[in-house]
Design a protein around this ligand. Structure first.
Ligand code: HEM
Length: 152
């Protein structure tokens, strides 16, 4: 079960990235060109938030069953000195949770803004902040914090 969820969590990262980058691109274009906030824009806003929520649920499941996190929680005093273990037990989980909260607030706020320009602007800003956090907290093979493969 652990291996399956870890593989899905690793793959869904690409869906999270593609959807959020595309949403930011559409939001910036719409903001700069004063376009109407169409049904397609609204669908992209909503789909991006949904994919992020799915990844959050997978992450929470992983957090509960990962042997690495269990070791972190049960042997906190020693484990906190191990950078790789602390990354998943604390930094990755907390910061990714924050990124999903930022996406959720940005999505809900954009939906309620009075004008189309403000909807695009809100989406562009909040989703960009979330993207920055996500990019920093993904354990890329080249990351100094923790490194994992691009694909499982
Ligand atoms: C946008 C959100 C997130 C992205 C893009 C993301 C991405 C990733 C990636 C790429 C890995 C490495 C997978 C591998 O080893 O192949 C990973 C591992 C992990 N993630 Fe996330 N993650 C996100 C959110 C979360 C959240 C919110 C939590 C917990 C609440 C979480 C918990 C974990 C844990 C515990 C592991 C490591 C499990 C292990 O190796 O035993 N993730 N994540």
């Amino acid at each position: 079960m652990y291996a399956i969820i870890l593989t899905i969590h690793s793959l869904v990262r690409w869906l999270v990235l593609v959807s959020i980058i595309y949403a930011i691109y559409r939001a910036c274009k719409g903001w700069k060109t004063n376009r109407t906030f169409s049904r397609a824009d609204n669908l992209i806003r909503h789909t991006t938030a949904t994919i992020a929520h799915i990844q959050l649920l997978l992450g929470i499941c992983l957090y509960c069953i990962s042997p690495l996190v269990q070791y972190f929680l049960h042997s906190y005093k020693e484990a906190k000195h191990n950078r790789g273990i602390r990354f998943f037990g604390m930094e990755h989980s907390t910061m990714m949770l924050l990124a999903v909260v930022v996406i959720t607030i940005g999505s809900a706020y954009a939906k309620r803004r009075a004008t189309d320009k403000l909807k695009f602007k809100t989406m562009a800003i909040w989703y960009s902040i979330a993207l920055l956090i996500i990019l920093l907290m993904i354990p890329w093979p080249f990351s100094p914090l923790a490194s994992r493969p691009y694909m499982r």
